[in-house]
Unconditional design. Structure first.
Length: 271
């Protein structure tokens, strides 16, 4: 496990990492698309703002990108303001030049969710797999909508959301729990682990327990975040609050680094 401390904005760091990874891949494979897995949620809004800025300033061309989102609510129209279709349109797609046919999001309104999920897996394979999958982590350690108990071999499927996750997302629905969907379509942990590289972001004190469990536990389905330990090229990026419950040895290491670099505010664990 490699440890590092950075002193730039977390969203900018993540966006710059996507840019660097894409440019490196496209330089080596100029005839192939760069396949990028994407999340939604409050953790990554600043990352998307920086990606839009890269495009607007001519720093990054998104035309070779093919994207696959992690998940979508079930039985929520794409035009609903809280659907992940709407989220992606607002935060990324309206501001960059990814061709519409190269943007993939699960159809939460599919009349046959099983067929929809199978087709999504097939589309990922047809695109050559995911080069970089970026995601956030839930306060109970979930990745995408893979709640605790999800097998590490799970594939894209329809799932029931836990009370904890629905309560965490109620803020996006006017704090009305009854308005939060009860189910979602999500990639599986196996789908995520198939990616060539994984970058997971953790922001805020509510994510600290999941991060602490990750650093101190062997891979366990009770904390989906620990699945990252099964991947040869994964990184966990967190802010100081998400890192606040790190075990003493890791916390001391980061605190010593921060003493030397007081402006630093981003913690990186590279597995």
């Amino acid at each position: 496990m490699k440890l590092a401390l950075a002193n730039i904005n977390l969203g900018l760091w993540a966006a710059a990492y996507i840019k660097q990874t894409a440019e490196s891949f496209l330089s080596a494979h100029p005839q192939e698309p760069f396949t990028l897995g994407l999340p939604t949620g409050g953790t990554v809004t600043d990352m998307y703002a920086n990606l839009r800025l890269f495009y607007q300033t001519g720093a990054l061309d998104f035309s070779p990108f093919v994207t696959f989102n992690m998940d979508e609510y079930a039985n929520l129209l794409p035009a609903h303001p809280q659907s992940y279709h709407s989220y992606m349109q607002r935060h990324l797609f309206s501001g960059v030049n990814i061709a519409p046919q190269n943007r993939h999001i699960l159809d939460g309104m599919a009349t046959d969710p099983q067929a929809e999920c199978a087709a999504y897996e097939a589309a990922i394979r047809q695109a050559g797999g995911i080069q970089l999958f970026v995601g956030g982590v839930g306060r109970n350690g979930h990745l995408a909508f893979n709640e605790p108990g999800s097998p590490f071999t799970s594939r894209t499927r329809k799932v029931e959301l836990t009370q904890d996750t629905r309560e965490a997302n109620a803020r996006f629905f006017g704090h009305r729990l009854d308005k939060v969907p009860t189910h979602a379509l999500t990639i599986g942990l196996g789908t995520l682990l198939d990616a060539q590289e994984i970058l997971i972001l953790a922001v805020g004190k509510q994510k600290a327990q999941a991060v602490s469990t990750f650093t101190q536990s062997e891979p366990t389905v009770s904390c989906p975040l620990t699945a990252l330990k099964l991947h040869p090229n994964a990184m966990l990026l967190m802010d100081a609050q998400a890192a606040s419950l790190l075990p003493k040895d890791l916390k001391k290491y980061f605190d010593d680094l921060q003493t030397k670099n007081p402006e630093a505010a981003i913690y990186c664990l590279e597995l």
